[in-house]
Design a protein around this ligand. Structure first.
Ligand code: ZN
Length: 256
């Protein structure tokens, strides 16, 4: 009896999450009005260095990201000016729930429910509610030389973005932020998870280029610029990144 009840409860939760996800998606990718993104900076290691870095962040630091989405969306036939608009929230004092590296299906489900709740209860800025919340966790490269994978939930319209508190990495931080943002809109990864090599042709910016390699640009969800069939480099900024046709279609960008 108790067992059946538990299963029923779990199914009910899954149903609610699934419905929620469906509506989130429908609303966020019709591109009739600009997508509003609120960015919450978080001090990932609690260090003074990161605190200092976050206190120096400028409210207009999203100009490159906004220009990137403006250009790419208009390339794919979206007539909106500034299709994605970013706003900065003040420093968030709480870290998002952590996900174990060896998490299984059930613990991921449990984590995603906690994460949804955590994202939902994060303080809202005055004005219209955001469509998407990005939790940007800054780390001191001296304390944390490699950061956990960023997670852009394809359900829930929020992402946890792990980046470095280092001014010289602003460009690559922007690329990671844009990549995770598109996950929340339904874009899928287009690289081999074993070696981070972009998939040919879907993860290539110019799959018809002659000769094919080396490529000059990265496809945003391919993540890197293919140099040879086994090597690729990390783009230094969004200037070296484009949104390819499959990614564009996944997020609802279509040429009329
Ligand atoms: Zn990804």
């Amino acid at each position: 009896m108790w067992r059946k009840l538990r299963i029923l409860l779990l199914l009910l939760i899954l149903l609610i999450v699934a419905l929620n996800t469906y509506f989130d998606r429908v609303y966020s990718t019709d591109w009739n009005i600009p997508l509003r993104v609120t960015v919450y900076p978080i001090n990932g290691d609690g260090s003074d260095n990161v605190a200092e870095f976050i206190s120096q962040l400028k409210p207009d630091r999203f100009q490159n990201l906004e220009a990137f989405f403006d250009e790419e969306a208009s390339h794919w036939g979206i007539a909106l000016e500034q299709p994605v608009q970013f706003k900065s929230a003040p420093l968030l004092e709480k870290n998002p729930p952590a996900l174990d590296r060896d998490a299984n299906m059930l613990s991921i489900l449990w984590w995603s429910l906690r994460m949804r709740y955590w994202a939902w209860q994060s303080p809202e800025l005055p004005g219209a509610a955001p469509d998407i919340k990005l939790f940007v966790v800054y780390h001191d490269p001296a304390l944390t030389p490699t950061v956990a994978h960023s997670i852009g939930m394809q359900k829930g319209l929020y992402a946890v973005v792990n980046i470095f508190a280092d001014p010289s990495m602003t460009g690559s931080n922007d690329v990671i932020t844009a990549h995770e943002l598109l996950h929340t809109l339904g874009a899928t990864d287009k690289y081999d998870p074993d070696n981070s090599q972009p998939l040919n042709p879907t993860g290539y910016a110019e799959p018809d280029k002659q000769p094919l390699l080396p490529q000059d640009y990265a496809e945003l969800m391919g993540g890197r610029i293919p140099v040879t069939s086994a090597e690729s480099t990390v783009p230094e900024s969004l200037n070296q990144v484009v949104v390819g046709p499959i990614t564009a279609a996944e997020i609802g960008w279509h040429k009329e």
